[in-house]
Design a protein around this ligand. Structure first.
Ligand code: MLT
Ligand code: MN
Ligand code: ZN
Length: 298
């Protein structure tokens, strides 16, 4: 698999953010990161995107495995699997318009949102017909290239633009992607409002976890942008922090056998600085923060 992008919505640096970390990224002291997106394949020929970031064009251009060909309009990108309907995970679909017949897999409320609150489906289907397929848990599917996909519900957090939509426990899901050829399996959960018990069950049989590392601390956003209002904003965003009692680092410690990686890092997160005490703590716990473009076998 390839980590095409590893930053939360807005990327790193974020265009309108003058926090200390964004400032250091602009000065070239820290590596920039594009918005979170992953590519997976079971055979190195058929590739599937996990979420479609607004940075997908640049991500495809810098990834040799995803180059078009051999025919003039052939692409190895077969489609997209969505974990949620957030803008930073779905707007990339518009960049892929005109692609011949990809399949987009998502849970029911996400498919509904893409038809109503943010009507991308009708819009995209006018460029070239796409297939939109429901993977509401516990549905499981097999992808071209041999990967098997299962899912589990993560949270009922709807995107801000769909706040008026009916509540649904499947707004956010985690994906479990298994490669029967290697026996490896990835659990992908980039949007965790809390750590549900189902996720522990899903990780028990996995070999790699790629999980939400948006915020290191619970009050990080307010501190970085010097606004106490942002503490409430951060918790409303629905991302459980890495550190602390109920944090993801403590939860990941229950799964020492797995390769464990953080992604979807917000531009305020001290893990963006490999020399920070936060980075040292995470590294000591055996959890990784990898650069955009990192490629490995699960
Ligand atoms: C999130 O992950 O909470 C959202 O992507 C926030 C946003 O809209 O950028
Ligand atoms: Mn996001
Ligand atoms: Zn910033």
């Amino acid at each position: 698999m390839i980590l095409l992008g590893t930053a939360a919505g807005g990327g790193f640096p974020q265009w309108n953010c003058a926090c200390a970390l964004c400032d250091r990224a602009r000065r070239g002291e820290l590596s920039p990161r594009s918005q979170e997106c992953v590519a997976v394949s079971g055979n190195s020929r058929d590739w599937w995107l996990l979420n479609a970031s607004p940075d997908i064009r640049a991500q495809l251009l810098t990834t040799p495995a995803l180059r078009p060909g051999p025919g003039p309009r052939d692409t190895p990108v077969r489609g997209v699997l969505l974990t949620d309907a957030e803008l930073d995970h779905t707007l990339g679909l518009t960049i892929l318009r005109g692609a011949a017949g990809p399949t987009v897999y998502a849970a029911a409320p996400v498919l509904d949102a893409l038809e109503t609150s943010m009507p991308l489906r009708g819009l995209l289907d006018r460029y070239a017909p796409w297939t939109w397929q429901d993977i509401t848990p516990p549905g499981s599917i097999e992808l071209a290239g041999g990967l098997r996909v299962g899912s589990c519900p993560i949270s009922a957090k709807a995107p801000k633009y769909a706040a008026a939509a009916p509540p649904n426990d499947h707004w956010v899901i985690a994906l479990r992607i298994e490669d029967p050829a290697t026996g490896g399996s990835l659990v992908y959960a980039p949007c965790l409002a809390t750590w549900p018990a189902d996720l522990d069950a899903l990780l028990t049989s996995a070999t790699c976890a790629l999980v939400d590392g948006t915020f290191f601390g619970a009050a990080e956003l307010g501190t970085a942008v010097r606004s106490p209002d942002s503490d409430a904003g951060q918790s409303l965003m629905g991302h459980v922090p890495v550190a602390g009692h109920g944090g993801t680092l403590a939860a990941l410690a229950r799964h020492p056998r797995l390769r464990r990686i953080y992604t979807h890092l917000n531009n305020t997160n001290p893990l963006l600085d490999p020399a920070s005490p936060a980075s040292a703590l995470v590294q000591q716990a055996g959890v990784e923060v990898l650069a955009d473009g990192s490629e490995f076998t699960v």
